[in-house]
Design a protein around this ligand. Structure first.
Ligand code: HEM
Length: 418
């Protein structure tokens, strides 16, 4: 894959200051943020931002400690977030990543049945078939947007099929997904989201989505099928069934967690191969290298750059005092590049082994969908390599306003067929 990028746009950062530089706003192509993280990891491994009050954690082992100690670094932000916009549907109940034990473990057990290695392996033929079908739609084109054709639709189709959502309704989820994401836009880096007043068009989209999902759950209660929605509709936690509202917010979270992240992983894979064409040649020649290449993409260009926690008690991390209720932003994008953990962390090396990156998190909240995301990316890379002997990348369009998402919303490609 080839592409020419402009000059490095990193900020002018100085190491010897006690007053560290402000983080850039948004992630964009990741260069300015990467440069800031490099400086902070070296000079202020744990840093309390006087502007937002949040603490930032930049080194691998400190982040591992935060993610491994949920009793001190909790995930429930309800006490510090402003109440959500009362006119908008509240999807917070099902967001597993924001629920603490013991309820977290109970809910997680419910949903993990749908993501066991056996279930995911059984999905592989269908994922390969969908990958082929999507690329068939551009069989007569040499230029297309790989996000629109593949990276966006494939993950949403896969998760929608797992939930039993009919094919003709999939498009609806594109607009809804974007509305949900936009509630997170234009935050200061490290700022706790404030959804207390949302724009009316976003509220309208979210309400439509909530009503759609309520109908979907109701349908599955009355007419159970063999899918995740039915399993949730009849599952019990502490002897109680989940309420419709709980299931709806859970479904909403799964759609969100499983969609954009995987879509970004696909785009980021191509961007990494642009930077390391020899890695692409090696993976083309030996497909057994693809799983390792995907792990390296996850380390090198993580789709989610930051994971948030809230201290439940006064604590000290790397000599920095963190009072109870301090928001803590852990940066896998920085930990994954920590020189103390990795040899040559700035080299994209698809044979790196071991590669214990933190892109899927760690500990009790470790990503349930990791095997699925990996499988979808594998299917796409294999099919692209089979069909095209070369893939040239045009100017990517990045998600540039969200503080924690790293990747492209459009990726024009010019292909030469094999
Ligand atoms: C390949 C792209 C993906 C990335 C980079 C990713 C990343 C993550 C991360 C970082 C977490 C932990 C967040 C935290 O600790 O605060 C997480 C949790 C989660 N992910 Fe993923 N994810 C991906 C794909 C998926 C897919 C395909 C699904 C499902 C269809 C999924 C479902 C979940 C769920 C349910 C959780 C919550 C686990 C918990 O809190 O116990 N993810 N993901």
């Amino acid at each position: 894959m080839t592409h020419s990028v402009g000059p490095d746009a990193g900020p002018d950062l100085s190491l010897d200051s006690d007053d560290p530089p402000r983080p850039p706003t948004g992630v964009g192509d990741g260069r300015a943020l990467g440069a800031w993280l490099d400086i902070m990891r070296a000079s202020h491994p744990v840093w309390r931002d006087p502007l937002t009050g949040s603490a930032h954690v930049f080194r691998y082992h400190d982040l591992l400690h935060v993610l491994s100690t949920p009793e001190v670094y909790g995930s429930d932000f309800t006490g510090v977030m402003p109440p959500s916009d009362p006119s908008a549907p509240n999807f917070a109940e099902g967001v597993l990543t924001m629920i603490d034990p013991p309820r977290h473990g109970k809910l997680r057990r419910l949903v993990s049945q749908a993501f066991t290695p056996r279930v995911i392996t059984a999905l592989e033929p269908r994922i390969i078939q969908l990958t082929k079908e999507l690329l068939d739609t551009v069989a007569d084109q040499d230029e297309f947007d790989l996000v629109a054709v593949m990276a966006h639709p494939l993950p949403v189709i896969v998760i929608a099929e797992m939930l039993g959502i009919p094919a003709e309704d999939r498009e609806l989820f594109r607009a809804w997904g974007e509305a949900l994401l936009s509630t997170n836009y234009e935050l200061e880096t490290g700022e706790v989201p404030d959804n207390s007043a949302l724009p009316p068009d976003v509220v309208a989209q979210l309400t439509e989505m909530r009503d759609y999902l309520l109908r979907h759950v109701d349908l599955h209660r009355r007419n159970p099928r063999d899918n995740l929605t039915s399993r949730l509709a009849f599952a019990e936690v502490d002897g109680d069934r989940l309420s419709d509202q709980e299931i709806v917010s859970f479904l909403n979270f799964l759609l969100l967690a499983g969609h954009l992240t995987t879509s970004l992983l696909m785009g980021n894979s191509l961007l990494c191969f642009v930077e390391a064409p020899e890695a692409e040649l090696a993976a083309r020649a030996n497909r057994a290298l693809i799983p390792g290449a995907i792990e390296e993409v996850l380390r090198f260009k993580p789709p989610v750059v930051m994971q948030a926690r809230l201290t439940t008690m006064d604590t000290v991390l790397a000599g920095v005092e963190l009072p109870a209720r301090t928001p803590v932003m852990g940066w896998p994008m920085s930990g994954n590049r920590d020189e103390r953990q990795y040899t040559s962390p700035s080299t994209f090396d698809i044979t790196r082994n071991p590669n214990p990156h933190l892109t899927f998190g760690h500990g009790i909240h470790f990503c349930i969908g990791a095997p699925l995301g990996r499988m979808e990316a594998r299917s796409v890379l294999n099919e692209l390599f089979d069909r095209y002997r070369s893939i040239e990348i045009g100017e990517p369009r990045y998600y540039d306003r969200s503080p924690d998402v790293f990747g492209v919303k459009a990726l024009p490609v010019t292909v030469k067929r094999s």
